[in-house]
Write a protein that binds this ligand. Structure first.
Ligand code: ARG
Length: 459
């Protein structure tokens, strides 16, 4: 007998070229652990339903445990002609225990088997990424005390805008990654349903117990419709979208820190263990990890694109095209996990170049908006205040002065009622201290949020 999937209907062996073209073992081998877990649960349910005898079950369990061992230590002989990991494991079982092994696939199809294995694999992978995201958040929050007194310019349009506390910036990243974690949690909830038992597409005439299998595998319930189940890859698409969003967040963080690490900005010193040199320019210390984090986001976006196009034209139910979901899914996880593994220590070990940041904080009129709001608080309409401060900025630029260095007469030219108190909101430190609104960079707000994040992350 050849492969268990090639029954008696064929009049010839499969063409070798077709075998090579259709195999998926080269990339689905990594499902082995979850495939065996799924098979054990399925066999246990079959025994509970008196479809297998207790002896048959224990033979199957024992043999699958041996196969798992061999797969784990790399001694399992993988055969391409058996197409995928599912057939390889089943054939190995049959080779060892004969007809008892041939009973394992009772009431099951590879369609529901692949779907269940994949749900189990994605569930674990989501948990890994969630842990990595948490570690990255811990790195950002972990540096908030150290950087508590550092004021940095914040930008819009990459032009200097307003002064903010460095921890306010770190927490901005924490919020983004928290939303990413929330999205993954949602995706996990939706995919955590058992598809095993939906068989090929219509279900089975055999007296199986789907809830039994679902419980054994830690699912929250079962997929309701067998045709839906056989064709569904939403959970792969949704998960990879979540990964894409993470990759994009990582990419824009990387871009920002690449800029910050240039001599032009000189805001941050990256740990040299995370930088590489140049083969010709001896002075170069390059931010390659950040550049590749930015670059690798392209692969994740590409994976999402592949999956969207892969599934868009498929009729119900299972189609072989679905085999092609695995390379982009695995690559998206591998890429995001690799980036996150480096991001956390890189964030923790980088150092702000305090002196350099501070020496140029007086550039760009970072206190102009605070001054405008000072006038508004004294009763001036916003549009008028905006215009007057614009004129003052022009005057200061012409005189090569900061706003805080302008003589009182210049302020009084804008508003004759102004007195010395105007200087209380000028300069970046005064400007930062003047903030009040919830969620702003006001020191009390930032301190409160740092405390909340520490609690949330058990720091
Ligand atoms: N290797 C295939 C996959 O991963 C197995 C699916 C088998 N189902 C089928 N109807 N041929 O999708």
């Amino acid at each position: 007998m050849s492969s268990p999937s090639r029954g008696g209907a064929f009049d010839s062996a499969v063409d070798k070229r077709v075998e090579r073209f259709t195999e998926s073992i080269s990339f689905d081998q990594r499902l082995y652990h979850h495939d065996i877990a799924g098979s054990v649960a399925h066999a246990q349910m079959l025994a509970d339903q008196d479809i297998l005898t207790p002896e048959e079950l224990s033979q199957i369990e024992q043999s699958l445990a041996e196969i798992l061992q061999e797969l784990e230590n790399g001694t399992f002989p993988v055969r391409q002609e058996l197409e995928d990991i599912h057939m390889n494991i089943e054939q190995a079982l049959i080779d060892r225990i004969g007809d008892t092994g041939r009973k394992l696939h009772t009431g099951r199809s590879r369609n529901d088997q692949v779907s269940t294995d994949l749900r189990l694999w994605v569930r674990d992978a989501i948990d890994r990424v969630d842990g990595l995201l948490e570690a990255l958040q811990q790195s950002f929050v972990g540096r908030c005390d150290r950087d508590a007194d550092v004021i940095v310019p914040a930008y819009t349009h990459l032009q200097r805008a307003q002064p903010v506390l460095a921890p306010h910036v770190w927490l901005a990243y924490c919020e983004k990654f928290q939303r990413d974690r929330g999205r993954l949690t949602d995706a996990r909830k939706r995919l955590n349903l058992c598809s095993l038992g939906t068989a090929a597409l219509a279900g089975t005439t055999l007296p199986i117990d789907r809830d039994n299998v679902a419980r054994r595998l830690g699912f929250d319930g079962i997929v309701a419709n067998s045709i839906d189940s056989s064709s569904d890859r939403d959970f792969v698409l949704e998960t990879v979208f979540c990964l894409t969003n993470i990759a994009i967040h990582l990419s824009s963080w990387a871009e920002e820190w690449i800029l910050w690490s240039t001599s032009e900005f000189d805001f941050i010193k990256l740990p040299h263990a995370f930088c590489t040199g140049s083969s010709i320019m001896p002075q170069k210390i390059n931010p390659d990890v950040l550049e590749l984090t930015r670059g690798k986001s392209a692969r994740v976006v590409g994976s999402l694109q592949t999956l969207l196009v892969l599934t868009k034209g498929l009729p119900l139910a299972y189609n072989r095209d679905l085999q092609e979901d695995k390379p982009p899914l695995f690559d998206a996880f591998d890429t995001v996990e690799a980036c996150l593994e480096l991001a956390a220590p890189l964030v923790a070990q980088s150092e702000l170049n305090r002196a350099s940041i501070e020496s140029r904080l007086d550039r760009g009129f970072l206190d102009a908006t605070t001054l405008m709001e000072f006038l508004i608080k004294r009763g001036m309409p916003q549009r008028k205040a905006h215009h007057l401060i614009g004129e003052l900025v022009r005057t200061a630029t012409e005189k090569s002065l900061k706003l805080s260095e302008l003589p009182l007469e210049d302020f009084q030219a804008s508003d004759p009622d102004l007195d010395d108190s105007v200087y209380d909101v000028l300069g970046v430190e005064n400007a930062v201290n003047a903030f009040q609104s919830v969620g702003s960079t006001a020191p009390a707000q930032v301190l409160g949020q740092v405390a909340a994040w520490k609690k949330r992350l058990n720091l």
